[in-house]
Design a protein around this ligand. Structure first.
Ligand code: PLP
Length: 466
């Protein structure tokens, strides 16, 4: 017999984690219940409104309650909800693939649809391996990724992940064949007398050195986020870095897989984040903004060169999931991408790049605890430090980023916390990734509330910056 209360007919306004039958990820004891969404705002059962300035975790790029997406979902449900891709294709999936490929970097010719970001990374890794196997390149098993990266939660994606905090409990299971090199994190790791260009070249040389140590003929792929999201908080690479990486990959027959799960689909002011770096990868993993949260969907975009080998090979495509290419998810995503195109939202984000950055710098830049404000478009990170001169982080035990998240939530603001200090490496940061429809007033309000939340969290933790 469970000692939990039996279900009540009237839905409670809040849920208690201890008595809920759900195995929650939320760490709070009392959980607000989300019941509504309008534009950039989420509403709970008690009627409180929260400005969703991080789109959850960079998901809700269209905001909440978009009617056009809702109508597309309903229309698809009226046709067919599910038809297994082992038997059928479906119209929204075909049209979505056409649309994505049309705007994609040179060479990309196919899309494979899955249900989220981790599945997209898993699929990219498996397609890379299949490509090598079909070509008789059997020794290519190794993957090089970067420290302080996040590529997903499933075991293959977690193996590529460089965030040690998220990997640690599962270390016995992660794949040994992944080696991590330095992230491109100029604000913290570029030498005082080094230019951005020289720093990028130094990291590229480190990558090539690692390749030579492993034996280039054993390396399958290099995986990286063009703008590092969850682990570092919106850190783009320096100019020239990805071009140099691309050249090294080409020299050694290594595939370049870019993880745009968080930073892709317009978030940085470019449809594909790698456009800003001027590189064309062999595969791109995406999710989050692809479906904008209206349906769970991810995708891996694949170059024609790889797709041709895999599709004409002996094995056929050997990565499959029951829900891949789900018609309702594809219809939702197609509508999301059509809204983004028709309303010119990528151009809007790019046009507001300087405005948003200016609001952040004016509102937060003078604070002693704000070490760095960075990012592109509507993908921004604020790193907090105990000492600006030395960039010394606050102690991990203070849990500052999580305290800011909680204080902000209390003030009616949703922002996404991260802290490298949990890895014993770098500092706390807050990620902002507002919907592409956010007004200037909403952006300003997000910055104002974030400032208040930082004050509260610092006071609660008894912290003071130098
Ligand atoms: N890759 C990146 C860059 C991410 O930020 C995430 C999630 O935050 C993932 C992969 C995993 O995506 P999902 O949580 O949809 O499995």
């Amino acid at each position: 017999m469970s000692d939990r209360p039996s279900p009540v007919s009237e839905a409670p306004l809040r849920r208690n984690r201890a008595t809920s039958h759900v195995l929650h990820r939320h760490t709070g004891d009392v959980l607000p219940v989300a019941v509504g969404g309008e534009g950039c705002w989420l509403i709970d059962a008690e009627g409180r409104r929260y400005l969703d300035a991080s789109g959850g975790a960079a998901v809700s790029c269209l905001g909440h309650g978009n009617r056009r997406v809702r109508d597309a979902i309903m229309a698809q449900l009226d046709k067919v909800a599910f038809a297994h891709t082992g038997f059928f294709t479906n119209e929204p999936m075909e049209r979505l693939a056409e649309m994505l490929v049309e705007g994609a970097p040179e060479g990309i010719g196919r899309a494979c649809f899955v249900s989220g970001g981790s599945e997209a990374i898993e699929s990219a890794l498996k397609i890379a391996r299949q490509y090598a196997v079909e070509r008789g390149d059997l020794a290519r098993t190794r993957v090089i990724a970067r420290r302080q990266s996040y590529h997903g939660n499933t075991l293959g994606a977690l193996s590529a992940t460089g965030n040690t905090g998220r990997r640690r409990p599962f270390l016995p299971w992660v794949i040994d064949d992944v080696v991590h090199v330095s992230p491109c994190y100029a604000w913290r790791h570029r030498a005082a007398d080094e230019t951005d260009i020289a720093y990028g070249q130094r990291l590229a040389a480190e990558f090539e050195h690692q390749l030579r140590v492993l034996g280039p003929e054993t390396v399958l792929a290099f995986v990286a986020e063009p703008v590092v999201g969850a682990t570092l908080g919106a850190v783009p690479a320096v100019e020239g870095y990805f071009k140099a990486i691309r050249q090294i990959c080409d020299r050694h027959g290594v595939l370049l897989i870019l993880d745009e799960v968080m930073c892709g689909m317009g978030r940085t002011g470019y449809l594909y984040a790698c456009e800003a770096d001027g590189v064309a990868p062999d595969m791109i993993a995406m999710a989050k903004g692809l479906g904008a949260g209206y349906q769970p969907i991810g995708a891996v975009l694949v170059s024609d060169a790889i797709a041709d080998v895999v599709l004409h090979g002996r094995l056929g495509l050997m990565t499959g999931h029951t829900y891949m290419g789900h018609p309702v998810a594809c219809a939702a995503s197609l509508a999301v991408q059509e809204v983004i195109r028709d309303d010119g939202l990528v151009a809007r984000v790019r046009g507001l790049d300087a405005t948003f950055e200016g609001l952040l710098r004016d509102g937060l830049g003078a604070r002693p605890e704000v070490g760095d404000i960075r990012g592109r478009g509507f993908f921004r990170g604020i790193e907090l430090v105990a000492d600006r001169a030395s960039k010394r982080p606050f102690p991990a035990t203070a849990g500052l980023a999580k305290r800011i998240k909680a204080a902000a939530f209390d003030l009616g603001l949703i922002c996404y916390p991260g802290n490298g200090t949990a890895d014993g490496i770098d500092g706390d940061h807050i990620l902002l990734a507002p919907p592409f429809i956010a007004t200037e007033d909403e952006l300003a309000l997000a910055v104002e509330r974030l400032g208040q939340a930082i004050d509260r969290a610092m006071a609660d933790a008894g912290l003071r910056a130098a």
